[in-house]
Each structure stands twice: as C-alpha cells, then as structure tokens.
Unconditional design. Structure first.
Length: 322
C-alpha cells in the first residue's frame, strides 16, 4: 500500500531510553517535503506527519487550507515524516509546530511529557477500534479456526496453529507494536510476534485471501482494508484500563482510539488565526475511512485525495476559519 512505509528520525539514545516503555525508537532518517503553501509572507510552520495514510491526507489538507487562505497568517508549510516518539521530541524542541492524527491513549505519555511546550488543540474523530483480526473464512463454520473467538484462546497451541502461529504487526516504532509484544507475553500465548511494516501486514492479508490460508494480524480503524476484506476482530478477555502497558499489567485490550491535532503553544502567538482554525479541525471516522478506501481503489496520492476533499468540502473548511 503506498504512503504507509516511511523513514523515521532517530531520537537520541537517552531520550529513547526514557520513552522505551511506550515506543521503541528506531535508528532511521526523516524525510521532508516542502509544499510552498501560503502567501510566503506569513509564518513558516512544520507539520509532523506520521507513517499511516490518514496522517498523510490530513497533513495535505492542513497544507491546502494554509495555501488557499493566506489570511490565516501562514507563509509556508514543510512536512517531516516521523514516528510518534521523535515527533513529540521535535515538538518539545521547536522543530515541529503541528501534528495531526495524534492517537490517544497510545500517545498520552508523549503528550504529558511535552505539556509545557505543546498541547492537543482539537479532536479529529473518536471511536476507532484496534486489535487482532483474522479472515472471516477462518472462523466461520467449517473453517480451520471454527470456534476461535478470543485472544486468550491462543494460549492453546491448537488455536495458535489454526491462525498460523504468528501475529503479523506493523513498524517497530509504533506504540501498538510494543504493546502487542507485551500482550503476547502477559497472556502467555503460543504465537510469535512478527513486526515488519504495515505494507507487509497488508501483503500477508492479500496472500492469505488468495490462498484461503490462516493469518493473524494487528489492524486498526480507520483503514481501507475493511472495505476490501471481510475480517473478524478477536474478542478481548480484559478491557483496557488506565495503567495498562505502563507497569500495572499487560494482559488487557489495546484501547479504542481517538485522533487529535497537537500544536506548539507558541504557535498561538505566531499564527493565531491558523491556530484557531486547528482548534476547529474535525473529520468523522466514517469520512476518514472513505478517504482511505478511495486512495487505495484509485491509487491516488494523499495530495490528490486531500485536494479533492477540500474542493468538495468548502463549507466545512469555512466553518473552521470563521
């Protein structure tokens, strides 16, 4: 899948160690894209773009709003592709001004650590579930895993073998990848953890469907994949609770997500009208998933998807900048 596998900025070793409980810090490089957005006479800002497609599309929407509305006081916009840990470090240092698609509660420890320099200014959407999924054919009547309904059943080698004995997961730098590693150990499951990339996870799903083979994957909403494949989420024996994955136990569900926009506090003084627009920025979960499905079906770039969405939703954008 295009636009999901990104290079990442390496965080300093000491900071990585402090953040290790929440996210692994990979040693990799960031990429930058200059958009030329804005009038050229206002504030220069940098948007931190995470490695999933929803973040890329939202970044492009925020660029276009700046470009089409110079009265908001933004002269140019640059984006930097990175993972959450180095992104929040960049917010603290002043390298990053804005970050869309801040997922909570996954990134809450980062938000708390940066609270002197940055804050969450708006909620983009909520109610986004995430967890472990298998193809419906696998657990349907007569399927190889008929009777499998819950994560904790994977303690039994019989059920683990029925799903292929492996959990295919996304980038090692994602918060959820670290959480999944902890969950496998805490539940004492008979499966191995296979972090790689989101693109690799999607390739495994496609391969499994083509051959009607078993596969177990970590996935999340919003995502186009649910529009294409019939996938079933395994139930969680224990709901998410405050403190999970932070020392008080790891045998719990990965939490339902909400997405937010984070911004440096000094942006309110540097570009007050743009900051005010960010405070109203909101796109429903359903609409975000439709955008992702369209990107996948047409192979359009995030830039084109954002351009078309902006053209079709001028009244929404007007409500953000009033």
């Amino acid at each position: 899948m295009p636009f999901t596998t990104r290079t990442r900025r390496a965080a300093p070793a000491l900071i990585c160690a402090l953040l290790l409980l929440v996210s692994a810090c990979g040693a990799s490089n960031s990429q930058s894209e200059s958009s030329g957005a804005g009038s050229g006479k206002g504030e220069a800002i940098t948007i931190g773009q995470f490695s999933w497609t929803a973040a890329a599309v939202q970044t492009e929407i925020l660029k276009l709003v700046a470009e089409q509305h110079p009265e908001l006081g933004v002269g140019s916009v640059e984006s930097k592709q990175l993972d959450p840990a180095p992104g929040w470090i960049g917010m603290q240092r002043g390298d990053i001004d804005v970050m869309p698609e801040v997922n909570l509660p996954n990134q809450q420890p980062f938000v708390d650590k940066a609270k002197k320099e940055a804050s969450l200014v708006s909620k983009t959407y909520g109610g986004a579930t995430q967890g472990w999924f298998v193809p419906k054919y696998l657990v349907s009547k007569g399927g190889a895993a008929d009777g499998l309904t819950s994560v904790d059943q994977l303690k039994d080698k019989k059920w683990a073998d029925a799903v292929g004995s492996q959990l295919y997961d996304a980038d090692a730098g994602w918060v959820t990848t670290k959480q999944n590693d902890k969950r496998i150990k805490a539940f004492n499951l008979a499966i191995t953890h296979k972090p790689s990339s989101e693109a690799a996870v999607l390739a495994q799903i496609q391969r499994a469907y083509q051959r009607k083979e078993p596969v177990l994957v970590y996935l999340y909403h919003p995502h186009w994949v649910f529009q294409k494949y019939d996938l079933v989420q395994l139930k969680e024996p224990e709901p998410y609770r405050s403190g999970c994955f932070e020392g008080s136990g790891d045998d719990c569900a990965i939490p339902t997500l909400s997405a937010h926009v984070g911004a440096r506090k000094d942006l309110k003084d540097r570009a007050p009208k743009y900051y005010a627009m960010l405070q109203k920025f909101s796109i429903s979960l359903t609409d975000v998933e439709k955008l992702l499905a369209r990107q996948q079906n047409s192979d359009a770039s995030p830039e084109q998807i954002a351009k078309d969405w902006v053209a079709a939703n001028q009244s929404t954008i007007d409500s953000w900048i009033k």
